[in-house]
Design a protein around this ligand. Structure first.
Ligand code: ZN
Length: 201
C-alpha cells in the first residue's frame, strides 16, 4: 500500500513529517496530516464501505476550487448529479445503495441531503473535519484544511477521483483495462497474449 502524499508536490509523507513537507516546505498542520491519513493513499479503500464519503468530499472540494464557499444546496446538487450521471451512462450506482440514491432521478435535493447527513457527513463530522453552519447553510471544513491552495485542491480532487475509480472497479462496475483489451483481441492468439502479459508488468 502506498503512503499519503504531500498535496502540494506529491512527495510521500510519514506521520513524523508534520510541521512542513520535507520536499517543498509547505506547512503541514496536524489537521492536514490527519485528514490525509483519514482519506488514505490513492491505492487504498480502507475505511470506505460505500462511495458516499468520496463523492461528498469531491463535491465539497470542487466547490472550493471554483472559488465558492461550499453551500449545502450546491454540494447536494453536485452529489446528486454525480449519481445521476452514472445512472444515465448505465454504470452501477453503488452496491446495497439507499433507495433515494438508487432512484436518483426521482429524488429531490432534500432526499439527497437526508442521505448525505445520515451517512457520509456524520462519519466525517465525528472525526472533526467537517461541520455544517446551519445559519448560513454552508459546509465548514476544519481549520487547517479550510485554506488549501488551488494546487492542493486540484491534487485532492485527483486523489478522490482515483479512489472512486478504484472503488467502482472493486465492486465490479468499471471494466479493467485488461478486460477491455481482451475484448479487442482475437481469441486463442497466444503470442499476443504473452506479449500483453509481459507488457502489463
Ligand atoms: Zn511537498
Amino acid at each position: 500500500m502506498g503512503k499519503i502524499k504531500c498535496l502540494n508536490c506529491g512527495t510521500e509523507l510519514t506521520m513524523i513529517s508534520n510541521a512542513a513537507c520535507p520536499a517543498c516546505g509547505i506547512r503541514l498542520s496536524h489537521v492536514k496530516i490527519s485528514f490525509l491519513a483519514y482519506l488514505g493513499p490513492e491505492d487504498s479503500l480502507a475505511g470506505y464501505q460505500r462511495s458516499y464519503k468520496l463523492v461528498l468530499l469531491k463535491s465539497i472540494f470542487e466547490e472550493c476550487l471554483s472559488g465558492n464557499s461550499p453551500k449545502v444546496r450546491t454540494v447536494a446538487d453536485r452529489f446528486r448529479a454525480y449519481y445521476l450521471r452514472r445512472k444515465q451512462n448505465g454504470l452501477l450506482i453503488d452496491k446495497d445503495v439507499d433507495s433515494r440514491i438508487a432512484d436518483i432521478e426521482s429524488s429531490s435535493l432534500e432526499d439527497v441531503f437526508e442521505v448525505i447527513k445520515m451517512n457520509p457527513y456524520n462519519a466525517i463530522r465525528k472525526q472533526g473535519f467537517l461541520k455544517i453552519d446551519e445559519l448560513n447553510g454552508v459546509f465548514v471544513l476544519q481549520r487547517g484544511i479550510d485554506d488549501l491552495s488551488n494546487v492542493e485542491l486540484n491534487n485532492i480532487l485527483i486523489l478522490l477521483r482515483e479512489k472512486l475509480k478504484l472503488y467502482y472497479k472493486k465492486i465490479g462496475s468499471e471494466p479493467s483495462k485488461m478486460k477491455l483489451l481482451k475484448l479487442f483481441l482475437p481469441q486463442k492468439s497466444k503470442p499476443s497474449q504473452r506479449y500483453l502479459s509481459g507488457a502489463s508488468r
